[in-house]
Design a protein around this ligand. Structure first.
Ligand SMILES: [Fe+2]
Length: 354
């Protein structure tokens, strides 16, 4: 796809309109090194068009492989930690456009606590277009958030032997619908899912990845089942063939007991996202995979993004297909299809049902 700077700027205007950026507000764009300067240019131009006061906070160092295309993807540690003036500038903004990936960092929480809303914009432009957020999807994601917020337990299963239960209530629900107009709230363009966390010692059972389930940040489809045994919120065993060995070795490489914690749990609701997309385009963090409609997104590692105490840098996201998910024994997703009427995407027919 050929996207001109003008087209990208227009797209950013629409995104900032969804974020309710208005005249007199301050919008700050955060970048580092030479990365994402085209994003900064488009966002700054878009912000000016909407009458906002804009500024660009550009840090000198490149902390990690942001795109996830190479190297180890560590989370939570950013060069902003050592740059108080930059952090203060961001805290003074109404809207922060983060192109650096502050998620899981203390600095992000500090910016949010100061009242700034934060939009993460880091994915390839084509993905930003394909999965562009809508108000309609926001309503569905927020309704899902209400159901998840009321539930005491979340259980999910699949045909490969997954049967795991999360005790809920200790942590809030986080919705991600791709934009944010709420002070202090974070979101990620593009998204389309929601999640929460089980209580620290309240996740028990087995999760078995099926062939075809996705493992991030490896950006690979599991070829063989990977069986995680979870006791009291900790992974105690990882069993299987080659894919299990890769997961086991990756987690061990952090030398961190907290790497075996359980992170967020939820389901995907973006009918425009495709499970198969990564087969031909593996750029970016992988929001097609994380958001595709009817997935169950199982993840391990840190939980401080929703207020927990696990700050490990080892985070693995595993969007799973064909799962059934229950809240207090009420079916929400059955065999990879959303079954609650209010949560269904209008007119959308899952591939498996064609
Ligand atoms: Fe995650």
């Amino acid at each position: 796809m050929d996207v001109s700077p003008n087209t990208f700027t227009d797209l950013c205007v629409r995104a900032l309109e969804l974020c309710a950026l208005k005249e007199g507000e301050v919008m700050a764009v955060l970048t580092q090194g030479d990365e994402k300067l085209d994003y900064a240019n488009a966002m700054l131009a878009a912000g000016e068009k909407l009458g906002a006061t804009t500024l660009h906070v550009r840090l000198p160092h490149v902390s990690t492989s942001l795109s996830g295309d190479m190297g180890q993807w560590t989370v939570g540690a950013t060069p902003l930690a050592a740059n108080r003036p930059a952090l203060e500038a961001l805290k003074a903004a109404d809207l922060v456009i983060d192109t650096m990936f502050l998620l899981f960092s203390k600095e992000q929480l500090e910016i949010q606590d100061a009242g700034a809303r934060i939009l993460l914009v880091i994915e390839p432009v084509e993905h930003l277009i394909q999965l562009f957020p809508t108000r309609e999807q926001r309503e569905r994601v927020e309704y899902g958030g209400e159901l998840l917020g009321k539930a005491q337990t979340l259980r999910f299963t699949n045909e490969y032997g997954t049967d795991v239960t999360y005790q809920l209530g200790a942590y809030p629900v986080i919705t991600e619908y791709g934009y944010t107009d709420t002070p202090g709230r974070w979101d990620h363009w593009p998204s389309g899912f929601l999640f929460t966390g089980g209580s620290d010692d309240g996740v028990d059972g087995k999760v078995v990845l099926a062939p075809g389930d996705i493992i991030y940040p490896f950006k690979m489809y599991a070829r063989t089942p990977v069986e995680f045994t979870i006791e009291r919120g900790r992974i105690v065993d990882i069993r299987g063939e080659l894919d299990a060995e890769i997961v086991r070795d990756y987690m061990a490489s952090f030398n961190d007991e907290k790497a075996y914690g359980i992170a967020h749990i939820g389901w995907g609701m973006n009918e425009k996202a495709r499970w198969s997309y990564m087969a031909t385009d593996s750029r970016g963090l992988g929001m097609h995979g994380r958001a595709f409609y009817g997935n169950v997104l199982f993840s391990t590692g840190p939980n401080q993004e929703f207020g927990g105490g696990n700050d490990t840098q080892c985070h693995v996201d595993m969007p799973m297909r064909n799962c059934s998910l229950y809240l207090d024994d009420e079916p929400i997703v059955m065999s990879g299809d959303i079954v609650v009427e209010e949560l269904k995407a209008p007119g959308f027919v899952p591939v498996g049902a064609r």
